[in-house]
Write a protein that binds this ligand. Structure first.
Ligand code: UGA
Length: 429
């Protein structure tokens, strides 16, 4: 098939590269000249394991083409995917301006029969607007169907998530579009759920919000475990062994972050409000997430007395491991709050340091993880990067001023660290 993706963020670029790898001819449209020139040479604008290799392989095989222009990509395509960003507005709604601009451009360039599908997460009800724009802008004699095909990939494991997802959701009432989209997804071999447009959109918001809810539940249990001296990790392991609950997304920590969960929980609350439903369960999920971040600062105060003038070494800035993405990363809030209290911060992250420098220009950055801890009064671990899992704690103790550690991801063995002389504080134990 011939396919066009508009947008080359995590979703657009990964899905485009995977479909090209399956043998389709794929165009990717962007709007920044520099980024498109880089992509033509296989240079990916963000860090995602394996992606640059997959992109290069498919450029060389002439199945993946990057362009700034809608023609000839859109007129030649059987399918056009919209994969541009929908960042939150101040009120928590999704900002649809880029999506709607892109739809107009696609509409003008349609030829023959085309299925236009959105992978961007858009609120239920957007489809009517999009369908109207497509109908109004398409040239005479052309035919178009519109579908929602939400994406469930995670950053850091984006390629394997796309190649073997748990399910594919296709939201459209057009039989012709259902058939084309089903055929495209057949090589993936995942169960396909056919729904109407609104259902597909709600599945996306409801999935992300449910996962966020699981994490907040784990963080609430962690808080309670600390109060009653239970081990939250065992409690959560124990409940996760029940197949009806499942053991995934139950790791307590410094709160969920990233470009999806915070935005999508907020958007679902807002969609509910627009439909006269107060989704207070999700408001509580947000409150617990905020508390999880505040708790790290509270623990720092407890260990140090006053954090003013104290040196704190931070390991990990990205919102999770295997990505350089710092959007809504817990580290950003936690570091800012500690700085407001007068702490001196030195941070290290294997990949996210350059991105962090834009948001956190007034902290020091270390060249390696051990250097971040020189003369530190406290070590706070915020991202579960593999390279942080086996640290030389004897070396760290020698470098630190006082051996205090907050293990925000429960990576380390508390009794081993206490034996080495560390004041160890985890999350929920
Ligand atoms: C999430 C969803 O998992 C994907 O299915 C979805 O496609 C994507 O959003 C999206 O909407 O685009 P992502 O944000 O890449 O993916 O990362 P996750 O692995 O879900 O992690 C999100 C946050 O939750 C991270 O801050 C992570 O550290 C945190 N988390 C995750 C926990 O604190 N505990 C857990 O047990 C799991």
């Amino acid at each position: 098939m011939k396919i066009t993706f508009v947008g080359h963020g995590y979703v657009g670029l990964v899905t485009a590269a995977v479909f090209a790898d399956f043998g389709n001819e794929v165009f990717v449209i962007g709007h920044t000249k520099k980024k498109i020139e880089d992509l033509k040479r296989g240079i990916v604008p963000f860090y995602e394991p394996g992606l640059s290799e997959l992109v290069k392989k498919n450029i060389d095989a002439k199945r993946l083409t990057f362009t700034l222009d809608y023609a000839p990509a859109v007129p030649e395509s059987d399918l056009v995917f919209i994969a541009v960003g929908t960042p939150p507005t101040k009120t928590g709604d999704a900002d649809l301006s880029t999506v709607l601009d892109v739809v107009e451009q696609i509409g003008k360039n349609l030829e023959g029969y085309t299925v236009v599908a959105t992978k961007s997460t858009v609120p239920t009800g957007t489809n009517k607007k999009v369908q109207r724009i497509l109908e109004e802008t398409k040239p005479q004699g052309t035919e178009v169907d519109y579908a929602s095909v939400p994406e469930f990939l995670r950053e850091g494991t984006a390629i394997s998530d796309t190649m073997s997802p748990d399910r594919v959701v296709i939201g459209t009432e057009s039989k012709r579009a259902q058939e084309l989209l089903t055929k495209l997804h057949e090589p993936i071999g995942a169960p396909i759920l056919l729904t109407n447009f609104e259902t597909a959109e709600l599945i996306k918001y409801a999935s992300n919000s449910f996962l966020a809810l699981k994490i907040s539940y784990a963080n609430a249990i962690a808080k309670l475990s600390e109060a009653v001296e239970a081990d939250a990790l065992k409690v959560l392991e124990g409940i996760g062994m029940d197949k009806r609950i499942g053991n995934m997304f139950l790791s307590p920590g410094p709160g969920y972050g990233g470009s999806c969960f915070p935005k999508d929980v907020r958007a679902l609350i807002s969609i509910a409000k627009d439909n006269d439903y107060a989704f207070s369960l999700l408001s509580e999920v947000e409150t617990i997430n905020h508390q999880a971040k505040r708790d790290i600062v509270r623990k720092a105060r407890k260990l140090l007395g006053d954090v003013r003038g104290k040196k704190i070494g931070i390991l990990g800035l990205s919102y999770k491991a295997n990505t350089d993405d710092i959007r809504d990363a817990p580290a950003i809030d936690i570091i800012s709050w500690l700085q407001n209290d007068g702490a001196k911060i030195t941070a290290f992250d294997p990949k996210a340091q350059d991105n962090a420098k834009e948001l956190l220009p007034n902290i020091s950055y270390a060249d390696d993880m051990y250097a971040a801890l020189d003369n530190a009064d406290l070590l706070i671990l915020l991202t579960e990067w593999n390279e942080f899992k086996e640290l030389n704690f004897n070396e760290i103790k020698k470098r630190m001023n006082t051996p205090n550690i907050i293990d925000g991801r429960n990576l380390y063995n508390p009794s081993e660290l206490r034996e080495l002389g560390f004041n160890y504080v985890g999350v929920g134990r």
